[in-house]
Design a protein around this ligand. Structure first.
Ligand SMILES: NC(=O)c1ccc[n+]([C@@H]2O[C@H](COP(=O)([O-])OP(=O)(O)OC[C@H]3O[C@@H](n4cnc5c(N)ncnc54)[C@H](O)[C@@H]3O)[C@@H](O)[C@H]2O)c1
Length: 438
């Protein structure tokens, strides 16, 4: 361990980052920038080739990342490949592969994680440090990661090699800055592993590095995303109740939050992304026992219902304007799950559009961050019977509503993200419905 601790301290440790996605790529670039020699292992050959050529596959507004990647590739600090055999030469391996849940059972689907562990295990050197960065269900380190690595290597994780769980807290749009400035939880399978991991992250993180055990770290990560999901579900429920009685949920929220110790979240047209819709299920799965989780699944159901509620608002808005939804031309603004990002994983627009099509609407999706939906905005809106805002991209916030009024055929505006002023829209002649603000 002393040799490895010294190598990490002197930045002589060679680091492998496995899975070069939204988490792994910025981590690999940041470690390379900090002075480590980094090897990126990416299963997807085309993606690996792309990244190896210094081109970032992550679209949207991601400050500094594309430039940093080009620099660290050109300087030879980051090499990218698909062959795990090269891990024989590395001292530290970070795993940042996707960890979805099965869409029907909501149980973890760990194919990518198991694959990475098997392939790494076949080449892991005695005395190495392995860090899992992917979000995993509680007990996964004890029941999946450790046994699989020990079986593959014939080594023990209490000294033959070191094992820690250090989940990421990054958000698309802020990947590099979050990496540097967010506090980190370090769950060591052994205290020595935690100390080694802390020494490594100490080179790149300018925030607290809180050491705990692996199970606690697993609970912390999944709880923080379940917390967010439940808070959003609460805000969504209040939005629906406000609709019942004709009140503006955004004004209610603003005034609620003036009361001490209240911090009501923002309601809206649904929750997407790779993490928030699935991490609550990882928490539920990993803590199964005599008592059943009740609030967390309910919150998931509320958030999943919001895009369908938006479809109902569109149908009602069209009816008010004297038009049926069947054959109506509906323009959906925003395909991403997050504003100004090019990530559509579990985006609420997907179930919304499915429902609209099932109702007979002719749907046009606009999103400047996706080539297939990046038509001229005016063209997307021209002749529309109903415009639905699903994502608060800057381009939509700066839309001139008076112009939109001239472009559309029927003036129905459904605002899923509180982008437009209701009174102004109504003054221009729109039938307006916002989520939580009819
Ligand atoms: N996206 C986020 O903002 C975010 C934030 C915090 C935590 N996380 C967690 O981090 C993990 C990764 O998420 P992501 O968004 O980076 O996913 P991603 O899908 O963007 O990236 C995962 C990458 O791993 C690669 N991969 C899969 N299996 C592999 C294997 N066996 N060997 C090598 N490469 C492999 C994939 O091809 C992909 O490029 C997940 O557990 C996620 O929950 C994500």
């Amino acid at each position: 361990m002393e040799n490895l601790a010294e190598a990490i301290h002197n930045k002589k440790a060679r680091v492998a980052v496995i899975g070069l996605g939204h988490v792994g790529l910025p981590v690999a670039c940041t470690l390379a920038e900090a002075g480590f020699q980094v090897l990126g292992i990416e299963r997807n050959e085309a993606k690996a080739a792309h990244i190896g050529a210094g081109i970032s596959p992550i679209g949207g507004n991601e400050p500094r990342l594309a430039r940093l990647l080009t620099d660290v590739i050109q300087e030879g600090k980051l090499r990218v490949g698909t062959d795990y055999a090269e891990c024989r030469e590395t001292d530290v391996a970070l795993i940042a592969v996707e960890t979805p849940v099965d869409s029907a059972s909501k149980k973890p689907a760990y194919e990518a994680l198991r694959g990475a562990l098997r392939d790494l295990g076949a080449h892991l050197r005695r005395g190495s440090l392995v860090i899992i960065e992917s979000t995993i269900a509680p007990q996964t380190m004890a029941k999946v990661v450790r046994p699989l690595l020990e079986q593959m290597t014939g080594l023990k994780a209490d000294g033959d090699f070191y094992l820690a769980y250090c989940p990421e807290r990054v958000m698309p749009g802020k990947l590099l800055s979050n990496l540097r400035t967010c506090n980190r939880v370090i769950g060591g399978v052994t205290p020595q592993a935690a100390e080694l991991a802390r020494a490594l992250y100490g080179h790149i993180v300018e925030a607290d590095l809180d050491i705990t055990d692996a199970l606690t770290a697993e609970l912390v990560k999944t709880t923080e995303n379940a917390y967010r999901d439940v808070q959003i579900a609460f805000a969504n429920e209040i939005a629906l109740l406000c609709e019942n009685v004709g009140c503006d949920v955004y004004e209610v929220r603003q005034l609620v939050n003036k009361s001490p110790y209240r911090a009501m979240h923002v309601p809206g047209a649904g929750v997407g992304g790779h993490c928030t819709p699935k991490d609550p299920w990882l928490l539920v799965h990993g803590t199964e026992g005599k008592l059943k989780a009740r609030l967390i699944p309910t919150a998931r159901a509320i958030n999943d219902s919001m895009p369908l509620h938006v479809a109902e608002l569109a149908e009602a808005g069209l009816a008010e304007a004297g038009r049926g939804i069947n054959k109506a031309r509906v323009t959906v603004l925003g395909y991403a799950y997050l504003e100004n990002a090019a990530d559509a994983r579990h985006a609420p627009t997907i179930p919304l559009v499915e429902r609209l099509i099932a109702l007979g609407a002719k749907v046009t999706i606009h999103d400047p961050y996706f080539a297939e939906h990046s038509i001229v905005l005016r063209q997307a809106i021209a002749g529309s019977d109903c415009v639905i805002v699903m994502v608060a991209h800057d381009e939509y916030r700066s839309l001139n509503l008076a112009e939109v009024r001239e472009w559309v055929a029927t003036p129905v505006l459904i605002d899923g993200r509180n982008v437009f002023d209701k009174k102004r829209a109504q003054d221009l002649g729109f039938v307006y419905a916002g989520v939580g603000n009819l």
